[in-house]
Design a protein around this ligand. Structure first.
Ligand SMILES: Cc1ncc(COP(=O)(O)O)c(C=O)c1O
Length: 417
């Protein structure tokens, strides 16, 4: 009988054959475990001895938690009947999912093109903007993140620096700075792209007039507005789409992560009717062999059924409010540490007083049974994105862990002084 490798051995395999650097970081962050059982908001380690509430949700992949039963049942049924299908041919499932998305989005957002990853759908959105306008320029936000594929990487801040030369035609402005945006949107610009609420920046909430003004500017100058809802969309903010908060309509809306329900990779770019005419002479101008797999469409349809059920958004809002109330109490207890909260629904950025706090909080929380990460571009902000199905007692568990973590961080910082 072959011996089962231990958790430590599996970590060593990962270090030896995938990435030694990552394992070093996992050890530093206190998340050096191999995921074993997983269910709902929780993940257990390989030995089944320790468990964590997942407040990372892989940026929204786990919106419905780990192994959502309804989605799994839908996929199991589908596996008895279908496969990914031929991407060049018509597809009933792709048609059904695109129709559903058109029904669930406001205005004349109607057509959907599918991909497998968020980056792929962002690349497609930028290509479509260029194809439709015949212009090359793209304006994105500083501290924005759109993925690691070609055009997405060029629109992303910082990560691309190591992989140059990047695609030309891209420039960035500070998120929320209208004057800078107005100056950047020159005659050669095809698209303005931004995350509706920038995740990797720690979820800054823009001024109330930001999106209405961005929309008007794009209208005036014939520029395509692409909103990246990969993290903020699909119910995360307590609304189905984050941009609904500002009552505006993007020309192209991109979804990923949660579209998979953590079961089958799928991403989507949904766009307005007039832009679709680009394909009049180019029906096959964009292709993806596995993007829009019918199996993925089945899982996405089951996911959409769940997040559009009566009471789902209200639950997200109520749990978000419970976090907010809990943090208000924690702020009184740890006034030197907690500075504020960037929050919409269950998209929560815990703003702390010092840069080092994010990493310290991550470690201290991991010790206390919660997985969360700090915002890459603003490391004083801890990102909390629990599955949207989190319950009140689990919110309280996270808040208790946060209380203990803040005490520990305070002591660590005092000891260093
Ligand atoms: C806002 C946003 N857009 C796009 C992407 C890219 O998605 P993917 O990793 O599936 O390519 C990500 C991934 O983290 C993201 O957070």
């Amino acid at each position: 009988m072959t011996e089962q490798p231990s958790q430590e051995q599996l970590l060593e395999y990962f270090a030896d054959y995938v990435s030694p650097q990552k394992v070093k970081m996992y050890r530093m962050w206190g998340v050096d475990f191999i995921p074993g059982r997983r269910e709902g908001v929780r993940v257990w380690d390989y030995d089944g001895k320790r468990s964590w509430i997942d407040c990372r949700s892989a940026g929204g992949v786990f919106n419905l938690g780990h192994r959502p039963p309804r989605v799994i049942a839908a996929l199991k049924n589908a596996l008895d009947e279908i496969d990914i299908s031929d991407h060049m041919l018509a597809s009933g499932y792709r048609g059904l999912l695109a129709k559903r998305l058109a029904e669930l989005t406001p205005g004349d957002l109607q057509y959907t093109t599918f991909g497998s990853s968020g980056g792929e759908a962002i690349d497609f959105a930028l290509k479509l903007a260029r194809g439709h306008t015949g212009k090359p320029g793209v304006v994105s936000a500083e501290k924005g993140y759109h993925g690691h594929t070609g055009l997405a990487l060029a629109a992303t801040d910082e990560f691309g620096d190591k992989w140059g030369p990047l695609a030309p035609g891209f420039r960035r402005v500070p998120f929320g700075d209208y004057n800078a945006l107005e100056a950047a949107v020159t005659d050669d610009v095809a698209a303005v792209i931004m995350e509706t609420i920038p995740a990797t920046a720690g979820f800054p909430i823009p001024p109330d007039d930001w999106y209405p003004r961005v929309r008007s500017l794009c209208d005036e100058r014939g520029v395509i507005l692409i909103l990246d809802e990969v993290q903020a969309g699909l119910g995360r903010t307590g609304r189905l789409w984050a941009y609904e908060e500002w009552d505006i309509l993007p020309d192209i809306m991109v979804c990923g992560k949660g579209m998979s329900a953590a079961i089958y990779p799928l991403s989507t770019a949904t766009y307005r009717k007039p832009i679709q005419s680009f394909f009049d002479d180019n029906a096959f101008a964009h292709l993806s062999s596995t993007g829009g797999s019918e199996l993925g469409c089945v899982t996405a349809l089951a996911m959409l059924d769940q997040i559009t059920e009566p009471g789902f958004s209200e639950h997200v809002q109520a749990m978000g409010q419970r976090f907010e109330d809990g943090f208000a109490a924690l702020r009184e207890k740890h006034p030197d540490m907690l500075k504020g909260l960037n929050r919409r629904g269950l998209m929560i950025g815990v703003v702390m007083s010092r840069e080092e706090c994010g990493m310290l909080a991550m470690r201290a929380l991991a010790k206390r049974g919660v997985i969360a990460v700090y915002a890459h571009y603003n490391p004083n902000i801890l990102q909390l994105m629990p599955p949207l199905i989190i319950q009140a007692n689990e919110v309280d568990e996270v808040l208790d862990a946060m209380d203990g973590a803040l005490t520990e961080i305070g002591e660590t910082i005092a000891a260093r002084a």
